[in-house]
Design a binder for this molecule. Structure first.
Ligand SMILES: [Fe+2]
Length: 303
């Protein structure tokens, strides 16, 4: 198997070839092409839900790991809660997923040790692990330490009948984020050139208001531009993100907007000032059907 090829172990449906393409914002990006099963061009989306198996994804977000195993954030040992969430997911009947998506704030202390800890938690699953940076991450360290299989940082991926666009919304020195004109233009072109598959966009910052003044002041600064682009592409069916440490599920037209709880502490929804929620760590399962429909649940760790 070549360096750039990932074989999907559990459902054995597809393989990826990833080619690096320039990305001025974060300095790295991979463009992926599909090989293998379900790779024929589909004239319009596949509406035969029964014959094409769905893609199953597990989204984990905002683990906020540290170099030290016993470090805590807001009183929570984030390493322990991530391990507990992953163990909980492994007991789920949907395990193993086709891939895991980690939507940012992988580490809290921007340390090499934190990324090595992240790597050790995911490397043995034998699954593609798609990663994007959050405001607490160091994109250059991510690029270096998550450069090899099974990890992919940003870019595109094709999974059976679906495709993923993995955006960086990291802006140096800011808690808020932005897609940026260059990445937005690249996404617009990619979506225009790849219209055959329903598409899920993964990012860290929220592109829609959460109804919390403090959180919405650190959301996606160029959300209007982002929403204008995805409106032009009717095959975009989902946008998922982290950052907000709470769950949201909102349908707007054909697009499902989904936020996901952190694997550590949660924020109380609809509060104008920072407030912690007492909800437990969580994650999200996504079942992506070939006709573009989505079944999804948030799973909370039982305490
Ligand atoms: Fe976070």
């Amino acid at each position: 198997m070549s360096l750039s090829e990932v074989v999907f172990r559990n459902h054995a449906r597809a393989s990826l070839i990833c080619e690096p393409v320039p990305n001025a914002r974060v300095g790295f990006q991979y463009h992926s092409h599909i090989q293998g099963l379900a790779l024929h061009a589909i004239a319009g989306m596949n509406t035969d839900k029964s014959n094409t198996p769905p893609i199953v994804l597990l989204q984990v977000t905002d683990p906020h790991l540290h170099a030290a195993a016993d470090s805590k954030m807001r009183g929570v040992n984030t390493y322990e809660t991530l391990l507990a969430v992953l163990e909980h997911a492994r007991q789920d009947e949907r395990w193993p997923p086709d891939a895991i998506v980690a939507t940012g704030d992988l580490v809290q202390d921007e340390s090499s040790g934190g990324y090595e800890r992240f790597r050790s938690c995911f490397a043995d699953f034998g699954l593609p692990i798609f990663c994007i940076p959050g405001n607490h991450d160091d994109p250059e360290l991510m690029k270096t330490l998550l450069a090899e299989q099974p990890f992919q940082v940003c870019g595109h991926a094709v999974l059976g009948a679906w495709q993923l666009v993995l955006l960086s919304t990291f802006v140096k020195g800011e808690d808020a984020g932005a897609v940026g004109a260059e990445q937005l233009s690249a996404m617009d072109s990619y979506l225009a050139d790849n219209t055959q598959r329903p598409t899920m966009i993964c990012m860290h910052h929220q592109p829609v208001a959460m109804g919390s003044a403090w959180l919405d002041s650190v959301g996606l600064m160029d959300s209007d531009d982002f929403l204008r682009v995805i409106e032009r592409h009717s095959h975009v069916r989902a946008v998922v993100w982290g950052h907000v440490h709470q769950a949201l599920d909102e349908q707007r037209g054909q697009v499902r907007f989904l936020s996901t709880p952190s694997t550590c502490a949660q924020f109380l929804p609809k509060k104008d000032f920072f407030s912690l929620d007492d909800k437990p760590p969580g994650c999200r399962w996504l079942v992506l059907h070939a006709d573009g429909s989505i079944d999804t649940t948030v799973d909370w760790l039982k305490t």
